[in-house]
Design a protein around this ligand. Structure first.
Ligand SMILES: [Zn+2]
Length: 181
């Protein structure tokens, strides 16, 4: 096949080894990468890789504060309850619902455990995504992290979006690829 040295779409000159046009991104017909992938596949793989970077970033941004906050609430639940009870309107709220101070402490600790488990789940999911292994664990752990993030609807929706991104990144996971390679 006669090799062309210009872009069929915009006319830009392209180097002999280029897989796609540097100006408009159109794949150069008939060219393949050293590993046999077509230009379309190379572009697709790069997009998939950048999506994985986004997934990892979102999971890390969530996991670290959730773990820290969870541990803090568990360890300092008495102090946190005292701070909350310093607010007169909160004490009125507690009285209204018949909640005692010890119940409040238990409740704060319980929220801490949920935050910690949620953060750890996000971390487990992030680890699997980073390793490109155990796709089903990555999906499940991310979903668990989302559902335990009850404090905010926003966090819950972001969590579901990241879960969906992991689901659709299935082909990138080593345990989901055909055994032929
Ligand atoms: Zn072009």
């Amino acid at each position: 096949m006669a090799d062309i040295n210009f872009c069929t779409r915009c006319g830009e000159n392209v180097s002999p080894e280029a897989l796609y046009c540097p100006a408009c991104g159109t794949p150069i017909e008939g060219r393949v990468a050293a590993d046999g992938r077509t230009a379309e596949q190379v572009i697709e793989d790069r997009l998939a890789e950048s999506r994985v970077s986004w997934i990892l970033m979102l999971l890390i941004i969530y996991a670290i504060p959730a773990i820290v906050a969870g541990l803090y609430l568990i360890i300092e639940k008495d102090a946190v309850a005292s701070i909350m009870m310093a607010e007169q309107s909160f004490v009125e709220f507690m009285t209204q619902y018949g909640m005692s101070e010890s119940q409040l402490r238990t409740y704060v600790g319980y929220i801490g455990i949920l935050a910690l488990v949620s953060g750890l789940s996000a971390a487990v999911s992030g680890f699997c995504v980073y390793k490109r292994m155990y796709w089903i664990i990555a999906v499940t752990a991310c979903a668990v992290a989302s559902f335990l993030c009850m404090g905010s609807i926003f966090g819950f929706l972001i969590g579901l979006m990241v879960t969906w991104m992991i689901i659709t990144s299935k082909p990138l996971f080593k345990d989901q690829q055909p055994a032929s390679q």
